[in-house]
Design a protein around this ligand. Structure first.
Ligand SMILES: *[C@@H]1O[C@H](CO)[C@@H](O)[C@H](O)[C@H]1NC(C)=O
Ligand SMILES: *[C@@H]1O[C@H](CO)[C@@H](O)[C@H](O)[C@H]1NC(C)=O
Ligand SMILES: *[C@@H]1O[C@H](CO)[C@@H](O)[C@H](O)[C@H]1NC(C)=O
Length: 141
């Protein structure tokens, strides 16, 4: 038997154990986490935890797919990375514009756009229920 054989088995067993316990491997320096419950959607999790739609997707790239249809009950997901964790947010309502959201938050439009790189420069690709980071600090570089 080779050591690499045992190492591979241990890695496999650890992976099985983590799936059974609902413990996905969280990214390094994860600031906050949440356990997925029945009926959760990505934007519902974002709204409930003050995480932007962009941040939730970015922090969980490779874990949550782009359509967000692979969440499972008991899954533990990271909400933000320490030092890059915007927790000041706004859930878009019908009729909101980027300008109105930025104005209400008291921040420049450019700050809103910088913190939400998924939003195009004329803000035509947003939707009600989307969660935007409205912090005055810029978190996304
Ligand atoms: C998830 O967050 C809780 C605090 O809310 C913490 O005690 C726990 O260690 C975190 N889990 C992981 C895997 O980091
Ligand atoms: C938001 O993050 C800041 C900085 O990490 C922290 O001081 C504050 O308590 C957080 N607010 C909430 C509501 O979690
Ligand atoms: C909005 O901006 C995007 C790029 O951010 C551009 O492709 C699109 O043509 C613009 N639409 C309008 C109506 O200006």
């Amino acid at each position: 038997m080779h050591a690499s054989f045992f190492t591979a088995r241990l890695v496999a067993l650890a992976a099985i154990a983590s799936v059974v316990s609902g413990q996905s491997v969280l990214p390094a320096r994860c600031d906050r986490n949440v356990t997925v419950r029945a009926g959760d959607t990505c934007d519902a999790i974002s709204a409930a935890n003050s995480v932007s739609t962009y941040q939730l997707a970015t922090v969980n790239s490779g874990v949550i797919d782009s359509a967000c249809d692979n969440l499972y009950i008991g899954e533990i997901i990271c909400l933000g990375i320490s030092g890059q964790d915007c927790n000041v947010t706004h859930v878009l309502q019908t009729g909101d514009t980027c300008f109105s959201v930025a104005t209400a938050a008291g921040i420049p439009l450019n700050t809103l756009l910088a913190n939400n790189p998924n939003v195009n420069s004329n803000c035509t690709n947003v939707y009600p229920g989307e969660v935007l980071c409205t912090a005055s600090q810029i978190y996304v570089n």
